[in-house]
Design a protein around this ligand. Sequence first.
Ligand code: PLP
Length: 230
Amino acid sequence: MNYLQDARQHVLQQIQTACEHAQRAPETVQLLAVSKTHPSESLREMYAAGQRAFGENYLQEALDKVEALQDLDIEWHFIGHVQRNKTKHLAEKFDWVHGVDRLIIAERLSNQRGNDQSALNICLQVNIDGQDSKDGCAPEEVAELVGQMSQLPKIKLRGLMVIPAPDNTAAFADAKALFDAVKDQHTHPEDWDTLSMGMSSDLEAAIAAGSTMVRVGTALFGARDYSQKG
Ligand SMILES: *Cc1c(COP(=O)(O)O)cnc(C)c1O
């Protein structure tokens, strides 16, 4: 096995073990491979190892990879901060957008999604532990936003996305409680199935609390080199 194949098997094993501890079926947790800063060839290699869902944070870099890898059947997730003037590319090129935290962003994504495309999957990002510098809506806003966003025609509102402060694993339980509490506000409650939380260092705690999608970068691809980025 090569390095990336090996790393992926290791992470899948970690997910399986965490699921066993939490008495959950392993297929209830999806692995999103976070590939920001890594070259297209690495994604191609990870794809050959069986990975289909990839998450990117930087729009231009992501668009270059979507172009370079268009021969592959990749499910593209955008997990970075969504800027209001950049929604068109996201609406057209991605399958999922996780960092949606304002109604205007969801409205733009819905309006800009192609008529021939299926509804865009989105997660509502919540600043679950009240961090100063973090994106995400306030927990108190979630119920109303779920009601509003779930009515948009070209949006499929799938759930919540959180990035608690490092080591604040208690916030995962808060996110799960909120996720369960607001389901009734959804116009199509059957779409509400995704709790996007947990990264390389805390995926076990996230799974124990109820995560359905862990976003893993470092444990799959190794450390990131940001020296090439502006
Ligand atoms: C980079 C990133 C990850 C992956 O983090 P690792 O610690 O490398 O696993 C997950 N989620 C988001 C939102 C990220 O920006």
